[in-house]
Design a protein around this ligand. Sequence first.
Ligand SMILES: [Zn+2]
Length: 483
Amino acid sequence: MRGNPIIKNPLTLTCIECGKKSEFRSIQHKCPECGGFLWFECKLEKFKDKFSKIKINNNFWDYNFTFPSIKKDFIISLGEGGTPCRASKSFSEKLNIKNLFFKDETKNPTNSFKDRAAALLVSHARSWDFNKIVCASNGNQGASIAAYSSLERIECLNIIPNEIDLGKKAQIIAYDSDLKTIGNTVDDAIDYVIDNNELNDYYQCTPELNPLTLEAQKTIAYEIINQIELPNWIIIPMGSGELLVSLWKGFNELKEIEIIKDIPKLIGVQSQSSSPIINDFFNNHKHKKESPKNIKSMALGILVQKPLYKNLAIKCIKDSKGTVIAIPENFIFPSIEQLIRDEGIFAEPSSALTLAAIQLLEQKQTFESKDSVVCLITGSGLKAPYILEAISSQTKTTGKGSIIITKLKILSQISLSSIKGITGTDIKETMGTISLAAIYQHLKELEIKGLISRKKEGKNVLYFITNSGKRVLDALDVLITLL
Ligand SMILES: [Zn+2]
């Protein structure tokens, strides 16, 4: 086995904190002088001209001129990027937001946005003549890296935590990667990669530890600007926070060369079960009561306890005049179903958080009706077996189980509209094939049990969740975390 290859074309990176530029012959993410994050600065002089020549929906490598130089011969591609930014079919009207879009990254080759980073990182590894690659991740990045390295027969080692979505693990194995399971969350897997000297001759593909990840992911911002008018808001799921930082960087580069006048306001979303970035955003240290080892969430793709990009992500959100929102666990599954049935998008739980976020923020009157909002759908729900099991179990039988599921769905819908209230007809729209009469029967029974209340407003009867109803949903939250 060979050792470190001799690097002829070093990577020039700049420290975000002290501004020092240095040349590197191995992948580094921290400034050797001050410990600040390193990132790549692309040459902006000829950028404007080249950017304006790119046609809508062209692919990821059209933006090669913004990456560190990678010659054509080294490029590894499976057709990543160029994903659709689709106008909402249904929620735009329901939420009274004129321009609502879904940037659908499930359309990438391994069904997540991580294919962008995998394409660039594995191509870069190849241009540096590495024949071994290591990646610690929650699964999506691991699956992508495994796919791209298997194309070139590059040896791939994936480090994953115990709890990852089975579909992602299966992809890693299917693409013939070596696999090591370390710890309960991705934090343990990342620490292992940082501390293990035996991995020094591997090319580093852990997204948080390779600054080129930001370069690959910022192309999502470029594509959005090439696909639609400059949006007012972008809603982004946050794990380590590096995806949000990537988009901020992409939009800022476009602002610097005057392709856009201002950057969109960035909204960072996490699950309430694990929201370390949001807690710090509000300086809310009281919420750190959970024992780190016991945190459970459906949104496994963004389950990170010590997000490496936390401080930078908070800076980016504040700089963009954006905000953050933590989503209760019991909102996730109804949002997944709504995305499937109303928008045709089969998203993973962390992506569905963006739809729940838009509904909750709309109730707080965060948006104006003329605003344009983009929800970033990062990965596919087909990778998460409990989503598949839950949906498969919803056969159209009328056993007690399905009656309870229907009642809980109705209760969740009412909870989502807890400030403004919701009509029976609006509930029906989110419930698929069930009749309006059946909905009203369920509403009547929920009201008798004291879980909901109603109020007449003009011709409409609006339903609201009561404190007892909230307690039932909270209890369900606890049950979900036991699964
Ligand atoms: Zn520095």
